[in-house]
Design a protein around this ligand. Structure first.
Ligand code: URA
Length: 423
């Protein structure tokens, strides 16, 4: 094969034959196809799309570039969740132990935050002693025992995706749905999970702002999982407003523990319960009473065991910020709007996130919300508090929040958190 020929087929709107597409991915990973050629190809895909068959072959080729794990020897059903990312999205933390408390294994390979979306590993690293890096043996032992593992994905899974994603990032081709779907699903299928639930977000704080695009992405990924023998469903969920009342790291852990103790904000509980039901249905427990497991302490027991298994102390005090700055309502009214994206950017500027992969995060930094859209407030009432280790960060945080929230006269129309289920 020859890269120019493959690029030309896609440029002219054709479908690339299976063996040519496999060759293209393999040759690029090995360095025989140049970055310039692959970036022309990814742009052609962005403009002209891919068939369902092409997306499946592309995904297979990326899986074949690295190791493939298998949990068959565990003797338990395995089910994982993937979220396309949002602001205040800590759902993995209560969800993994909740689902594992029903005897199901949850191999949750997670990442770190970049830009305005947080990373599950960054949040958990607020817990003193907790360790994200596990060997394959440690991961298997923990899945066989407590059942829930949240740890860093090894570099051996889909290395082609790592190279391709870095290229897309600098060539304006991240947004191609066939490439997003094959990127996410190659890692999840290589990880070896038996079933997968996708939380595909739309709205201001989501990767896909537009609900129709999010739906198309969800359908594409569900088809890919199904074609590859992984039972896959998706929920299309609203990310116009931050989830829960915390955005950051340590504060998100604290809120997750509240949910595991049977409390917590209504939206976080609703999404945790909805995703747990989806996961347990795919894992063969359609009648599992997930709300009961949050109320009676079973999910909390699994959380404590999961944290301890990775050397964390579930009873240790979490880091607290050195400085706080509270914004209050200037008049009586109702909160009409709190936009996810600017709140995510503000938390990032306060130190909760990172601009470059190698930067550290400040675990105590972020934002605590005291009210949500729909709540009535009195003049002088606290709306939200910025958390930082250094006062000088507040000005840039407040800058990001300019126009991001509003107290008005009329309550906003309520929108469902879970818009659709896609199978
Ligand atoms: N997340 C991924 O892992 N890959 C993409 O292409 C986009 C988001």
């Amino acid at each position: 094969f020859d890269a120019v020929q493959v690029i030309s087929i896609k440029r002219d709107g054709g479908a690339v034959p299976d063996d040519a597409l496999r060759w293209m991915v393999d040759a690029y990973t090995r360095g025989y196809v140049a970055d310039a050629q692959m970036s022309a190809f990814t742009m052609a895909v962005l403009l002209n799309g891919m068939t369902r068959d092409e997306i499946r072959v592309m995904t297979d080729a990326m899986i074949a570039s690295g190791e493939r794990m298998s949990f068959a020897s565990l003797g338990k059903a395995t089910v994982d969740k993937h979220s396309t990312g949002g602001v205040g999205d800590k759902i993995t933390l209560p969800l993994a132990p909740l689902v594992a408390s029903f005897g199901v294994a949850v191999p949750q390979l997670s990442g770190r935050g970049l830009g305005h979306t947080g990373g599950t590993l960054d949040k958990l690293e607020s817990i003193p002693g907790w360790r994200a890096a596990l060997s394959n043996d440690e991961m298997f032992a923990q899945l066989g025992g407590v059942g829930a593992v949240i740890c860093a994905a090894g570099s051996g899974l889909a290395p082609a995706d790592k190279k391709l994603y870095a290229l897309r990032d600098v060539t304006g081709t991240v947004e191609a749905i066939p490439l997003i779907a094959s990127s996410i699903m190659s890692k999840k299928i290589a990880e070896g999970t038996g079933a997968l639930v996708l939380d595909v977000k739309f709205g201001s704080g989501a990767f896909m702002k537009d609900v129709d695009k999010a739906r198309e992405l969800a359908r594409t990924m569900v088809a890919l999982g199904t074609d590859s023998g992984v039972a896959t469903t998706a929920l299309l969920t609203d990310m116009n407003t931050p989830l829960g009342l915390t955005i950051g790291n340590a504060n998100e852990v604290r809120e997750s523990v509240e949910v595991l103790a049977g409390g917590g904000p209504a939206d976080v509980v609703e999404l945790t319960v909805a995703l747990a039901r989806e996961m347990l249905t795919l894992a063969g427990h359609p009648d599992a009473d997930v709300e009961q497991a949050l109320q009676d302490g079973r999910a909390m027991d699994a959380w404590r065991e999961m944290i301890r298994a990775q050397d964390g102390d579930p009873d240790a005090a979490l880091p607290t910020p050195r400085e706080t700055h509270t914004v209050t309502a200037s008049a009586d009214g109702v909160v009409t709007r709190m936009e996810a994206l600017p709140f995510g950017i503000a938390a990032w500027r306060l130190g909760a996130g990172r601009a470059r992969a190698q930067d550290p995060v400040i675990h105590a930094a972020g934002i605590d919300l005291h009210v949500k859209p729909g709540d009535t407030v009195r003049a002088g009432q606290p709306l939200f508090t910025l958390l930082a280790d250094d006062e000088s960060r507040f000005a840039r945080g407040l800058d990001a929040l300019e126009g991001a929230w509003e107290v008005g006269a009329q309550a906003p129309a309520s929108a469902p958190l879970v818009l659709e289920r896609i199978t």
